[in-house]
Design a protein around this ligand. Sequence first.
Ligand SMILES: NC(=O)c1ccc[n+]([C@@H]2O[C@H](COP(=O)([O-])OP(=O)(O)OC[C@H]3O[C@@H](n4cnc5c(N)ncnc54)[C@H](OP(=O)(O)O)[C@@H]3O)[C@@H](O)[C@H]2O)c1
Length: 319
Amino acid sequence: MSSNKVVLITGASSGIGLVTARYLAQQGYRVFGTSRRPTQAEANGFTLLPLDVRSAESIQACLQTIIAQTGRLDVLINNAGFIGPGAASEELSVTQVKALFETNFFGVIQMINAVLPLMRQQGGGQIINLSSAAGRLTTPPFFGVYAASKHALEGYTEGLRYEVQPFNIRVSLVEPGYFKTSIAQTIETPDRALEVYQARREQAATLDRLSIQAGRDPIDVAQTIAQIMRGRLPRLRYVVGLDAQVMITAKRLLPFAFVEKYITWLFLHDAERRPVTSLSGLRHLFLNSRVADAAWRQAWLALALGAGVTLIFKLWRKK
Ligand SMILES: NC(=O)c1ccc[n+]([C@@H]2O[C@H](COP(=O)([O-])OP(=O)(O)OC[C@H]3O[C@@H](n4cnc5c(N)ncnc54)[C@H](OP(=O)(O)O)[C@@H]3O)[C@@H](O)[C@H]2O)c1
């Protein structure tokens, strides 16, 4: 159970933000969530305030409401974000790219700049930024701009830690894999679609949508965030979900050519000849998190059983 820390989480009308706001409220935190169009204020044990992270005025109004009610802000969770274009780079206008960065990257910077004076004044605070596995590697293909916005967030957040550490302000990143939320609805079509990319672009978008639908429960992310908030010395990065763990570890340990081949096979294989409409075969194992988690558990169980049987056999032979 927590102290009465005051928490602000952006984008709490659905998905990870909603589940996290509700969970933290249950843990005893005083939680403020936000939405561009708040409707169900106080309905989930937390206060829902209007906020558009792209607007400095909106940010100031939101913070003033919190300060008027509580006099402080202990934790800022920058969660608001969307996927944006599923498109080849050549199909995108700069306007479409900038629109994504306005929320996913500049929105976070505006939020942080607005809360830092307050956190310094009160002698400390905590900032948690929602990145993604796509903040560490660009997957799926055709979502390079989303990945770029999260890579930018990662670089920025790493730098921020050095700057604010003397003021007792702790900064962390959360890197989820696929989680079941409504974010797939924010996938956009390109401004100027080109037929040459169509089959592979559509297949990557279909598989991304299906993987989100088959994603894990966002409660895992909420619990990780709560754990970061309880920690005395929070790390920079927290990966959530087996898929994210596997991909990030693979990119760290294996030659990139191998990872690239795997991602190409997973998302783009046969797109021109036999476009996918569902998760099937090996894709089911890699992109359906329930199947992947069950397979992982079974693999560990088999390993433990194998080790146990070997040990018993060795002891028996020694007799
Ligand atoms: N779901 C996943 O598999 C996954 C994986 C990795 C990372 N993530 C990251 O997790 C975060 C939450 O995603 P989610 O899956 O929970 O998505 P979601 O269900 O679509 O929720 C996104 C939230 O962001 C808010 N939002 C969007 N644009 C905003 C803006 N300009 N200003 C203020 N709020 C805005 C939305 O609120 P309103 O529309 O009500 O304003 C909504 O509450 C995102 O940063 C996403 O990149 C998600």
